[in-house]
Each structure stands twice: as C-alpha cells, then as structure tokens.
Write a protein that binds this ligand. Structure first.
Ligand code: ADP
Ligand code: MG
Length: 184
C-alpha cells in the first residue's frame, strides 16, 4: 500500500520554478494495479520517481506498508532502502553489460551469492520469454526485447511495489496488447 499525502515537487531551489507536482494525495491499495493518466509534463514520471525514492518531495509525506502491512513514513528513505523497482521509460539498461549481467546486477549489489544471482537471473529471463539471449548486449536487441530485459531486471528483485513509466508507449500494436496482459 502506498499513500501520498499533499505531495508537491519543485525541481531545484529556485522558488519561482514551476511546480512539477502540485499538492497531490492518493492511496494505492495493496494488491492492485493502478494507472496514473495525464498529458505530457503533468508530473507522472516525477511521481513515480518519488515513490521509488529517486526524487525527494518538496512538501508532503509518502507512506508505505511494511512487510507486516504496517504503514510507515518513507518520505526521507533512500531508494535502496525501499522495496520498490522502477522500469524506466527508456529502459536504462547498462549498455556495456550483457543481458544476464543486466538482470543480475541488482542482486549482485544487494549481496546475493554469485551462483544464486545467476540462477535467479536466468529464471527471471525465462519468465519474460527471453531464453537464449543471455550473452547479447542491449544494442543487439529490439525495443520490445530491451523492455523485457528491463522487466526481468525489476522482477528479479521481487519488489513489493513495481512501477512502470509508460510501459506501452514504445511498442507496436501487437506487442502492446501482449505486454498489457503480461504486466497484469
Ligand atoms: P510526465 O512524466 O507526466 O510527462 P514529468 O514528471 O516528466 O511529467 O515532468 C513534470 C514537470 O517537471 C515538467 O514541467 C518537466 O519539464 C519538469 N521536470 C521534470 N524533470 C525535471 C528536472 N530533472 N529538472 C527540472 N524540471 C523537470
Ligand atoms: Mg514521463
């Protein structure tokens, strides 16, 4: 569960800078799929980045349920201390790492044993229908395949909250339909 309480976000210290997010409050109940819908520039990416802990709100509080369902204030908690994964709009894959290394990266960083990390990364790739792509570089993949790698990289961490920034916008109509089901 996620709760936004009167969140505002202004980039930089300049008081005259426009508000990217202007006093929004909402609740995302546990176990639900929720969509933020709005025109370009209305603050969707900024909102996701604040949930992930990649941006700090200028005002307001973010609360999230812990493992036991107890709400806690995470407003000032760092990204790596939140159980949240974000699939970026441009996927943000590491260009010099092959597919397997991309997917295993987060596990490696959180201290998972190398052989276990590899096993879990392979399983995650299997889940998104990418068997046999382990040694490819991102530049050797189609847009849809890159997105699947990004999805596997997020899923492998088994986050409590999984965020997608415009997950369907870069896909053709057929892939978009398939991906919509897969995300669900
Ligand atoms: P959306 O994802 O809905 O298109 P964004 O959250 O990316 O909207 O942007 C909201 C507003 O914040 C826009 O006016 C945008 O120009 C501004 N903005 C986004 N990121 C930054 C940044 N890093 N620095 C300054 N302004 C930004
Ligand atoms: Mg955006």
């Amino acid at each position: 569960m996620i709760e936004f309480k009167n969140i505002s976000k202004r980039y930089g210290d300049d008081k005259s800078a426009a508000l990217a997010v202007d006093n929004i409050s909402f609740t995302v109940p546990t176990g639900t799929l929720t969509t933020l819908l709005g025109p370009s520039g209305c603050g969707k990416t900024t909102t996701l980045r604040m949930i992930a802990g990649l941006e700090s709100p200028t005002a307001g509080e973010i609360w999230m349920a812990d493992k036991n369902g107890q709400l806690e204030n995470v407003t000032h908690r760092a990204a790596h201390e939140r159980n949240v994964s974000l699939v970026f709009q441009n996927y943000a894959l590491f260009p010099h790492m092959d597919v397997l290394a991309n997917v295993g990266y987060g596990l490696k960083m959180s201290g998972v044993k190398k052989s276990d990390a590899k096993e879990r990364a392979i399983a995650a790739l299997q889940n998104v229908g990418l068997v046999g792509f382990d040694a490819r570089l991102p530049s050797e993949l189609s847009g849809g395949q890159q997105q699947r790698v990004a999805l596997a990289r997020a899923l492998v961490l088994e986050p409590a909250v999984l965020l997608f920034d415009e997950p369907l916008s870069n896909l053709d109509a057929q892939l978009r339909r398939a991906m919509r089901e897969e995300i669900r």
